[in-house]
Design a protein around this ligand. Structure first.
Ligand SMILES: O=C(O)CCC(=O)C(=O)O
Ligand SMILES: [Fe+2]
Length: 361
């Protein structure tokens, strides 16, 4: 078992926070799913106000555009990423196939309370009193154990599902490695500065990845529900394919929630907490959320790229000096998940204030 999967053993969830609502034929919002949405930050119009930067990776200025986006937003969209567009169609089709199965079928692959993979509500549900208007499926590697439960009578569908998910993870792995190199390059660094990084040309799996398929069923009143509550990702980098419907919103300092308007074929890149640690706070991990809508069943596919097991992430030496001391103590992804389980959105703050990892409690 990979260490990222093991981490969840230490943080078991309550079943009430795992089993999603049977959304079929729900015409009224149940009280359990009725949110009072905070008005602390307004939703801004991405046409007239700020919109998330869209970066063409073939642009000669790509590196400086990336640096600016990472410092100012902690996220951006990319085009010309080199991933065949038909793969997005395939992964979306397979995602919709999974979520359109009858509820009792999906429940056969329900995530167990101490597991990271399987079907259920988002892991962050445990931090919120009201339930979210979404369901998800997380996987690592070739998901045959799940596919054979979902489509017991359809061996071809089992293989199609697994092959597409495997191919997608492979493409994403190569892409996130390239992106990671570009993010470092934008700071004048190279992969040589990352002692743990080994490219996966030999097929070895030295860094850890998780794939999440998200589903936001059509909602009778999206203004009173929350698809995926505000959070930052714990990863180094998250790459998101969102289907044609809007729903993702990112929080921009001083502005508010900025809807990320889908651009056909573009991928959304958002930086996670460990990237903020690695860059000693130069790059921000971005707060984001997702909302459902009244007409379309929205799906999204998120690939989380993180460090290898047992590797401690610490601010890069070349980014620290007397005037810029290391702000965070070194810790592994697994240790960070435990801190996040205790402190959720204050986890980075706790890391900044404590100095040494022995003091994380
Ligand atoms: O569905 C989306 O747009 C966001 C998904 C997300 O933030 C996540 O899976 O962590
Ligand atoms: Fe996220």
């Amino acid at each position: 078992m990979s260490s990222i999967a093991e981490s969840y053993k230490a943080i078991p969830m309550n079943l009430n926070h795992i089993i999603p609502l049977d959304f079929n034929g729900v015409h009224e919002i149940p009280e359990s799913h009725e949110w009072t949405i905070s008005t602390e930050h307004p939703i801004v119009d991405p046409v007239t106000c700020d919109s998330l930067p869209l970066i063409d990776l073939s642009d000669p200025n790509a590196l400086s555009l990336i640096r600016k986006a990472c410092e100012e937003w902690g996220a951006f969209q990319v085009i010309n990423h080199g991933i065949p567009l038909n793969l997005f169609e395939e992964v979306e089709l397979q995602t919709r196939r999974l979520f359109s199965l009858p509820t009792h079928q999906k429940l056969t692959i329900l995530r167990s309370p101490d597991s990271i993979t399987g079907y259920g509500m988002p892991h962050i549900q445990t931090f919120f009193p009201k339930l979210m208007w979404s369901e998800g499926f997380q996987l690592i590697g070739y998901p045959m154990e799940y596919a054979s439960q979902l489509w017991p009578q359809e061996p071809d569908q089992q293989t199609n599902f697994c092959d597409v998910m495997e191919k997608y993870q492979k493409e994403m792995k190569a892409f996130t490695e390239k992106l990671f190199e570009m993010l470092l390059g934008s700071l004048g660094l190279t992969l040589e500065d990352i002692h743990w990084f080994k490219p996966t040309t030999d097929g070895s799996n030295n860094h850890q990845n998780v794939l999440t398929l998200n589903s936001y069923p059509v909602c009778p009143d999206p203004n009173r529900t929350m698809g995926l509550a505000p959070h930052t990702d714990t990863s180094l980098i998250t790459v998101l394919h969102q289907s044609g419907s809007t729903g993702l919103q990112v929080l921009k300092d001083g502005s508010g929630w900025v809807p990320v308007v889908p651009v056909s074929g573009a991928l959304v890149v958002n930086l996670g907490d460990l990237m903020e640690v690695l860059t000693n706070g130069l790059f921000k991990s971005i707060m984001h959320r997702a909302v459902a809508n009244m007409t379309n069943h929205r799906v999204s596919v998120a690939f989380f790229f993180g460090p290898p097991r047992d590797v401690e992430i610490a601010p890069l030496v070349k980014l620290t000096d007397e005037d810029h001391p290391a702000l965070y103590c070194p810790l592994t992804w697994k240790e960070f998940l435990q801190t996040k389980a205790k402190h959720f959105d204050k986890a980075l703050e706790v890391l900044r204030n404590k100095g040494a990892k022995d003091n994380l409690d």
